[in-house]
Design a protein around this ligand. Sequence first.
Ligand SMILES: [Zn+2]
Length: 407
Amino acid sequence: MEPSPDFVSRVIAGGSEGVVDRSRRDFLRAAAALLVGLNLPKSSLAGGGQHGAGGSGQRAVIVIFGGVRHSETFSPEGLENIPHLSRDLLPQSLFYPNARNEGVTAHFNAISSILTGNWQRVDDWGKIAPTTPTLFEHFRKRLGAAQSDTWVVASNKALTSLIGASSASNYGPVYGANVVFPKQLMVAAVANALRAGRSRNMADRAKIESELENMLEAGNYEGLGWTVFDAADRLDPRVRGIIEEAITTFVRDGGPTSGDELTFLVSREVMRKFSPRLLVVIFSDVEVAHFGSYALHVGGIRTGDRLAYQLWQEIEANAEYKGKTTMVVLPEFGRDPDGSTTNGFFNHRGDTDSTRSTWMMALGAAVSKPQIVERPIRHVDLCATLADLLGCPPMESQGSRLTEIRV
Ligand SMILES: [Zn+2]
């Protein structure tokens, strides 16, 4: 189903500062608080709050941004789309203007390459786990870190929970991260509450279900469907009343919200409740580009810019993070050049600099002085760098440690 431009614009408007109305924001907050701890598989919470003793005491937050080109971000004409990254964060950052994706420029492969330090060539849709250990597994196995120490919170529908652990022998899910897809969980929780709701009349139910289906379709940007309506009912009966309140708000507002906004709110709840030492946040509102609207793609960039800055503000305000956390922000890849056979910014398939060359920004405890490092780096270099920062022994990686990032 092709979403209407009006529908898509409402999705994006839901995430824009100043446009979000109070009830919608309240709904997102309620949903975020509910999702953390209540709708996760039981094993995800094992050892919640109990951290392993090993390691350097340093923490890392990685913010991955979907596909964005230099031309819409760090370029003279792009800076207006990233006011927070360029004005608030860049002056205190280590900035690499040429961070290269030399692997497969599809979402699951790109992100699993970043998180393993090896170029992964597995299934584009996340049906096969990365083949070499993730940083999560290395950190947990070598240092005895708890599962609650490692989280992935993602909007990106091209990912699956297999992003949290590899298929490597002697590693795997037993050492993997908690992986959360907030929008998917929210929709599942709302759908379950709808099924169970006694007072909800059929007209309301039909309306909400159709809104939810639209919301799923809007996110179905690369042919990957969700099956949340078939999800097992995992909603805790104690919170059903609260969810039903949230549904009332949802109906009154009559529309969905930005996936990235919800991902931010859940990430912040995870930081406050579990304070993981390694947190990966994956935004993907920019991927609305696959629908062909340049304005909405740029709107997604502006949302991501604001939310990355808000994550940094949380790091600065949260005593568990302040002064001992390094935040790294990088896109998965660029997008294709204008005039290409793949429709330019719509896609990210080209073997060109526009698609492969992105940027990376690091700030916080491991950045002793702001500087711009012109030397090209590769996405696989990040993992080796962060393993060292967290106090892990070296991991087997195709990347090289970035010597500028150290405490
Ligand atoms: Zn994409």
